[in-house]
Design a protein around this ligand. Structure first.
Ligand code: 5GP
Length: 173
């Protein structure tokens, strides 16, 4: 079940997303940037983020998974990869949540082999208590406690992604 009060309301999320987009706009002005959406969880965050970035960028999408229900398998599978040539370009990986860090670490390695000018990471949520791999987070929306959350793109068994806010999810007994 999804617990009562949202952890982050629609207004809180939208305000923070605009702040992140402003910073990204300033930092990447005059550069060649490819923003990569890590599907499926980041789809809502990504679309709000890029529509608030006020410089011309390219967007692309990677679909990968490491979770089954509420547990990570520790192994990342790329189901479909980006199509852009990122050689000599700046890459911004956009993720819904940094948990163990395994997915972001894997994707950073995966794309660094293609000769980009640089790779940075933007995540809406950061669950630092669960980190297993040390990854640099360049843009972070909110730190969250060690709880399983759903909404605003984040799922439990592909449900709850369409909630416009973020809530804690508890398995009912
Ligand atoms: P990591 O590789 O950092 O352990 O996990 C990254 C992925 O795990 C996220 O993209 C997300 O799909 C999933 N994940 C981690 N924590 C949560 C959570 O609290 N809620 C949901 N819905 N997914 C999570």
């Amino acid at each position: 079940m999804v617990t009562g009060k949202p952890l982050f309301s629609v207004d809180q999320i939208q305000k923070r997303v605009r702040e992140l987009a402003d910073r990204i706009t300033r930092d990447y002005e005059g550069t060649d940037l490819v923003a990569v959406c890590i599907l499926s969880g980041a789809f809502m965050f990504f679309s709000d983020l890029v529509r608030n970035i006020r410089i011309p960028i390219k967007v692309d999408f990677v679909t990968c998974s490491s979770y089954v229900k509420t547990d990570t398998t520790g192994e990342v599978t790329v189901h479909s990869d980006i199509r852009e040539d990122i050689k000599g370009k700046h890459v911004l990986l956009v993720e819904d949540i940094a948990d163990t860090g395994i997915t972001l670490n894997f994707l950073r390695e995966h794309y660094s082999q293609r000769g980009p000018e640089g790779i940075k990471i933007c995540t809406l949520l950061d669950k630092k208590a669960r980190r297993a791999v040390d990854i640099p987070i360049d843009y972070s929306g909110f730190d969250i406690p060690n709880e399983y959350v759903v909404g605003y793109g984040l799922d439990y068994s592909n449900r709850f992604r369409n909630l416009p806010y973020i809530s804690v999810f508890k398995k009912s007994v």
